[in-house]
Design a protein around this ligand. Structure first.
Ligand SMILES: *Cc1c(COP(=O)(O)O)cnc(C)c1O
Length: 424
């Protein structure tokens, strides 16, 4: 499958029907799978054999979509989760425990920030947050002897900061820890984090991957490139008593991390995707290539239009030449970033509300990154738990409007913005 272009893999990877089998990936809506002998089931339980036995740990529909996402990112394996939140939690918790430390970008999705800052802190994991445009020296200085990973978003939601992936990866590796990146916004169509040194990728598949706003889901992808044998990750290199003493790196080699995520954490936390959601996600993935191309084209046209309007205070879109991250975006996302742009309407918070309410085609929703154009005011919604100081660190102003430009005809999107701006 790797010989094909990525948009071809979007359609074909993960599922190759046998003679007479359904051409379209079927929904296997069954919790359980039947075997002739108790011994076979026992071997499956002990991870000695490969096969499905209980949908919390694996299911044919889910498996096919995992294989597709692994093929899109170029990883050795992937695991679907019930949400992007579950993917973020498991990606870090798989290798960081009470007493460990994580270096994280501060420009991350508000839900991820709360997960780290509140819940995982309560689990005993300590976080140091740094702006993603920090210098290499600042990043270096954040490490401690008990640091176990670095976490960042390739393109941050909603501040649209492009992380210098090579610098982050190089620094993480110099300290013997992996770089985990959330690649939700650019998707594998526009950014290939593994090619720039990232070791683990997470996704909220709820966004562009699904693209139609019909399911909440997440994914973790393992590059297979990180060498866990440096003494910092006994959870992967020493016996797991709950599996009769297996050692993940010995038994599963390059797939040690992703196998442990499933065998250990999915077993215990139970944040699995449902087969029907995996099926819906797969339909979205089939058109991801064409949708991302159109999202980027439309968003650039909207950003350029807003930039020349005198009613707009500022526009943030890394595809604009005037943008601070234009060069980094060209380096890491040469075909475009995504459909999300942010901007401020002159007149601050009040004008922002009036502009949003004046839109007719675009709707006000919490969601982002689906095929319908929509708008949101992050400071009063997705990021409302954050203090003013934290908002600033996450790159979010009180006047910021996040517009997720859809794949409608761009003339209609522009006309809608135009008529609402005219009313201000
Ligand atoms: C939405 C989002 C998440 C959380 O995903 P859910 O599917 O809503 O749980 C994580 N990271 C990013 C970048 C997101 O946009």
């Amino acid at each position: 499958m790797s010989q094909y272009h990525i948009d071809t893999r979007c359609i074909h990877a993960g599922y190759e029907p046998e003679n007479g089998a359904p051409r379209v990936l079927p929904i296997v809506q069954s919790t359980t799978f039947q075997y002739d002998s108790a011994q076979t089931l026992g071997e499956l339980f002990d991870l000695k054999a490969d096969g499905f036995f209980y949908t919390r740990l694996g299911n044919p529909t889910i498996d096919a979509v995992e294989k597709k996402i692994a093929a899109l990112e170029g990883g050795v394996g992937a695991m679907l989760t019930s949400s992007g939140q579950a993917a973020s939690l498991i990606s870090v918790f798989n290798i960081c425990h009470a007493g460990d430390h994580v270096v994280s970008s501060s420009a991350i999705y508000g839900g991820t920030f709360n997960l780290f800052y509140k819940t995982m802190k309560e689990m005993g994991i300590e976080f140091t947050f740094l702006p993603p445009d920090c210098s290499e020296e600042e990043l270096n200085a954040a490490f401690k002897p008990n640091t176990r990973c670095v976490f960042a978003e390739t393109l941050s939601n909603p501040s649209l900061i492009v992380t210098d992936l090579k610098m982050f990866a190089k620094t993480a590796h110099a300290h013997g820890v992996p770089l985990i990146v959330d690649n939700t916004f650019p998707t594998p169509i526009n950014c290939h984090p593994f090619a720039f040194g990232a070791d683990i990728i997470t996704h909220s598949t709820t966004k562009y991957m699904d693209g139609h706003a019909v399911q909440v889901g997440g994914a973790i992808v393992d590059s297979g490139n990180f060498d866990w044998n440096n003494g910092k990750f006994p959870c992967l290199t020493e016996p797991d008593e709950s599996y009769h003493g297996i050692i993940y790196t010995q038994q599963f080699g390059k797939a040690a991390y992703i196998t442990k995520a499933r065998a250990h954490l999915m077993r215990d936390l139970g944040a699995q995707a449902s087969p029907t959601n995996a099926f819906l996600l797969n339909l979205g993935l089939e058109t991801l290539g064409v949708r991302m191309e159109r999202h980027c084209k439309n968003a650039l046209a909207v950003a350029e239009y807003l930039e020349q309007s005198e009613k707009i205070a500022w526009v943030n879109y890394p595809g604009l030449k005037s943008n601070k991250y234009y060069d980094l975006a060209k380096k890491y996302m040469p075909n475009g970033t995504c459909g999300v742009i942010s901007f401020g309407v002159k007149g601050g918070r009040e004008a922002a509300a009036k502009f949003m309410e004046g839109l007719k085609l675009a709707s006000i929703v919490i969601h982002v990154a689906d095929l319908r154009t929509c708008v949101l005011h992050p400071a009063s919604t997705t990021h409302r738990q954050l203090s003013d100081e934290q908002l600033k660190e996450a790159g979010i102003g009180p006047d910021m409007i996040r517009m997720s430009v859809g794949i409608e005809n761009v003339e209609d999107i522009l006309a809608d913005i135009d008529q609402s701006l005219a009313k201000l």
